[in-house]
Design a protein around this ligand. Structure first.
Ligand SMILES: [Zn+2]
Ligand SMILES: [Zn+2]
Length: 446
């Protein structure tokens, strides 16, 4: 569509929605909402592009649409601190040049990505359930459970419409760390009327309900207790609940635990500074753990996706400076394999097997991991509370979006499956009215 059409359109109240990343793909979540010429964004993440070597390249959303139409964002609102939601900020914040609103934990993760000498007067910490006004928009952060603390949905009220941007979420009554989903507030919103859900499609094709983080703690304990030698568990560094569980399990199984890998120690220290992971018994230093008998060692390490330079990759190659594995040790993959990393991870598993190490993954024992995203029963439950009219499925490949839309239709929701760049008019039944430039920029080439 020619540029002038958009330039006239977006001066109208709308509201308008456009994904500049995150629709039809995993990663690079970057969603824009507009009304009367004012625009805000929700999340600003990067995308990882797996390669067979396991060395991922990184790309961030293109800002061509903003530049071409001279759109100036009033604010960037952050749902939670995962890299696919905040990872592009260090690369784009100067160009976006707007205040960033995030929870204290997400704000701290953002700060640590930036040059420590930088003064950042415009990173503002939100409080959940306390709406704030940003020009034509009112925004409220609603606590939801996910796989990192302080995850939120964001409710936007604008141009007489109430929009529910789900962020990443699952339903979990026992999340181990962090707040419960604010069910009463969601039901209250449902009674007030929600016009459109812009929602997480990751597990929309998966039947059933979420596995709780508490069930994973039991599953890991059952897997670790019978082990007679060293145990190594690999998981995503940002899953503080998993770290909390592993520290507890070590204590209960007569072991000591240590963290191996920079992203784990980084995330652990931020978690502690923010008041998570309190009390007993914590982690000891790797140098201390290495001196204890093998049967008392529980190592938590990075590298669940087959990254050759991460701790597990180096253990598999026999090149880790602090630890060498031996026959009879056990490695547990408390993680999901991200598609694209199969070859790299298989190489690492092979290296471990050649050392006589036992492997346990979530195919063999499903309860050593839980996804942070809603399968169908979770979607049905939460959408039952919200009673929305329309759905725009995002955060997933086209297949996941379509599965999400099919489920939505079953629940009586109208809507459409957006692609990146689609300008969608939310004033009535959602409709695509124009297409904006979009794409990803490989940051290694900038
Ligand atoms: Zn995400
Ligand atoms: Zn997430």
């Amino acid at each position: 569509m020619p540029a002038p059409r958009f330039d006239q359109l977006h001066r109208q109240p709308g509201p308008w929605f456009v994904a500049l990343g995150g629709a039809g793909m995993f990663g690079a979540n970057f969603y824009l909402y507009g009304s009367g010429g004012e625009w805000i964004a929700v999340d600003c993440g990067f995308a990882l592009n797996p390669t067979p070597s396991g060395r991922n390249s990184v790309s961030v959303p293109s800002l061509a649409a903003l530049e071409r139409h001279d759109i100036k964002l009033s604010a960037l609102l952050i749902t939670h601190g995962h890299e696919d939601h905040i990872g592009a900020i260090p690369h784009l914040w100067r160009a976006l040049d707007c205040p960033i609103y995030a929870s204290p934990f997400a704000a701290q993760l953002i700060r640590t990505k930036l040059d420590p000498g930088l003064t950042w007067p415009r990173l503002q910490e939100i409080r959940p359930l306390e709406p704030i006004g940003i020009g034509a928009f009112q925004a409220e952060w609603i606590p939801v459970t996910h796989s990192i603390p302080e995850s939120h949905a964001i409710v936007l009220e604008v141009a007489g419409k109430r929009l529910y941007h789900s962020g990443d979420w699952k339903l979990d009554n026992h999340p181990v760390v962090g707040e419960l989903t604010a069910q009463a507030r969601l039901q209250q919103l449902g009674r007030a009327g929600v016009d459109v859900i812009i929602g997480d499609s990751t597990n929309a094709s998966v039947p059933g309900a979420s596995r709780s983080e508490a069930a994973v703690q039991n599953g890991l304990q059952d897997a670790i207790r019978p082990c007679r030698q060293r145990v190594i568990v690999t998981c995503f560094a940002s899953n503080l609940a998993r770290l909390h569980s592993l520290a507890d399990i070590a204590f209960d199984c007569g072991r000591y635990a240590a963290l191996l890998g920079r992203s784990l120690t980084h995330m652990h220290s931020i978690g502690r500074a923010q008041g998570y992971l309190p009390g007993r018994p914590g982690f000891i230093g790797p140098w201390e753990l290495g001196h204890l008998p093998r049967e008392q060692q529980l190592w938590v390490c990075t590298g669940s996706q087959g990254e050759p330079g991460a701790a597990l990759g180096r253990l598999a190659a026999g090149s880790h400076p602090q630890l060498s594995l031996e026959a009879g040790d056990t490695v547990i993959f408390s993680s999901r394999l991200i598609p694209g990393n199969e070859v790299a991870l298989e190489r690492i598993k092979q290296g471990l097997k050649e050392q006589g190490v036992e492997l346990i993954d979530d195919d063999m024992q499903p309860d050593v991991h839980a996804s942070g995203h809603p399968p169908q029963d979770d979607l049905r439950q939460l959408y039952g509370w919200l009673k929305a009219r329309h759905l725009l499925p995002v955060h997933g490949e086209r297949y996941h979006q379509q599965a999400h839309m099919a489920l939505g239709r079953e629940l009586g929701l109208g809507g459409l499956v957006p692609a990146n760049g689609d300008l969608i008019d939310l004033s009535g039944h959602p409709a695509k009215v124009a297409e904006l430039p979009h794409g990803l920029v490989d940051i290694d080439q900038r």
